[in-house]
Design a protein around this ligand. Structure first.
Ligand SMILES: C[C@](O)(CO)[C@H](O)COP(=O)(O)OP(=O)(O)OC[C@H]1O[C@@H](n2ccc(N)nc2=O)[C@H](O)[C@@H]1O
Ligand SMILES: Nc1ncnc2c1ncn2[C@@H]1O[C@H](COP(=O)(O)OP(=O)(O)OP(=O)(O)O)[C@@H](O)[C@H]1O
Length: 300
């Protein structure tokens, strides 16, 4: 039996996020275009005593993230063990975290996706990615995309995925904020401020992605949750303005925020954006990344 597995998993940015009405469980209907980016976490999974599920963090969130059954990573391991009837399951997980916590980049979801892939390998389950998708969807709306990676349209709760054809590489600069925003409170603020919108994906964005036209992709970034995130954290307006003044091709709040995402024309331009953003005290840190990249993958 395999004793240890390492898995790399990306973060996501929503190039478009359209928010419609709610279903009977209170989930909003979404029309979104996800892109997986190279700012990611690494999960190391090792076999341990049967019934022993252990978790530790290094990096972002270490020291304050829960490491008990409330953590999505532990829930993912236990759900997989249950669905595949793994007798004597146990795992010791170490997560090297770079994705900001409660940052709108799906950090917890990424870890859950990585744990599914890691435990599948560790326990020799032989499950395909398609087998893992419904388990991922039970864990959270962003988890299935972090398994898939690349660039994809998400509909329904965000879990019905269709890969999108893209050309080229997109250079991203992310401005991390002090503190996070809770996803449910951002959706609640959206409901307070706005009526449900159309969930149609803007065709010019898809055309720009197909053509590899970064300037047109930048011009067509859109996020219906942005107004709600700005209402809860007003300093984000200044962060977005700084990036645009420094020549970003597009500037947007990532998902439910508060991380802000800036599209650069090149790697060198991304570096300039990072320098311009880091002078603002409202920005905790800047990170650069590129996309699209693969979903959760076992490392050799
Ligand atoms: C904002 C996004 O990141 C965009 O990709 C996702 O929609 C959020 O995905 P997530 O964090 O995996 O969300 P979940 O863990 O499934 O749900 C957390 C909470 O977000 C809200 N939520 C989430 C997804 C959705 N389609 N409608 C919602 O209203 C609900 O209040 C839900 O209780
Ligand atoms: N492995 C994990 N990593 C980060 N947060 C976790 C994890 N497990 C549980 N959480 C909890 O989930 C909350 C949201 O964290 P997360 O980093 O996933 O937010 P997010 O990136 O804004 O999510 P999304 O973009 O999917 O809406 C945190 O406040 C934390 O308490």
């Amino acid at each position: 039996m395999t004793r240890a597995v390492r898995v790399r998993v990306p973060a996501k940015v929503n190039l478009a996020l359209r928010v419609g009405g709610t279903d009977e469980q209170g989930f909003h209907e979404l029309g979104t275009v996800f892109q997986a980016v190279s700012l990611g976490d690494e999960v190391q999974a090792e076999t341990t005593r049967p019934g022993d599920f252990r978790l530790a963090f290094q990096g972002e969130g270490a020291g304050f993230l829960p490491v008990d059954d409330t953590n999505l990573a532990i829930r993912a391991a236990k759900l997989l063990a249950q669905r595949f009837d793994v007798a004597d399951a146990g795992v010791s997980l170490l997560i090297r975290k770079r994705i900001p916590v409660a940052g709108g980049m799906a950090g917890g979801s990424a870890d859950a996706a990585a744990v599914l892939v890691a435990c599948n390998a560790l326990w020799g389950l032989g499950a395909s990615r398609d087998d893992l998708q419904p388990i991922a969807a039970e864990l959270g709306s962003d988890v299935p995309f972090l398994l898939l990676g690349g660039t994809a349209i998400g509909t329904g709760r965000g879990i019905d995925l269709t890969p999108v054809m893209t050309s080229g590489t997109y250079h991203w600069t992310f401005a991390l904020s002090h503190g996070g925003l809770s996803t449910p409170s951002v959706f609640k603020e959206f409901d307070r401020l706005s009526d449900p919108r159309s969930t149609e994906i803007p065709e010019p964005l898809l055309e720009a992605l197909r053509a590899g036209d970064a300037a047109a992709v930048g011009a067509n970034l859109t996020n219906d949750l942005e107004e709600a995130a700005l209402s809860l954290q007003p300093s984000l307006a200044h962060t977005l303005k700084l990036g645009l003044e420094a020549g970003a091709l597009g500037a947007i709040v990532s998902g439910s925020g508060p991380t802000c995402a800036f599209l650069a024309g090149s790697d060198a331009h991304g570096h300039e954006l990072a320098e311009a953003l880091s002078v603002f005290s409202g920005v905790r840190a800047v990170r650069r990344a590129y996309g699209p990249v693969a979903g959760a993958q076992v490392l050799p």
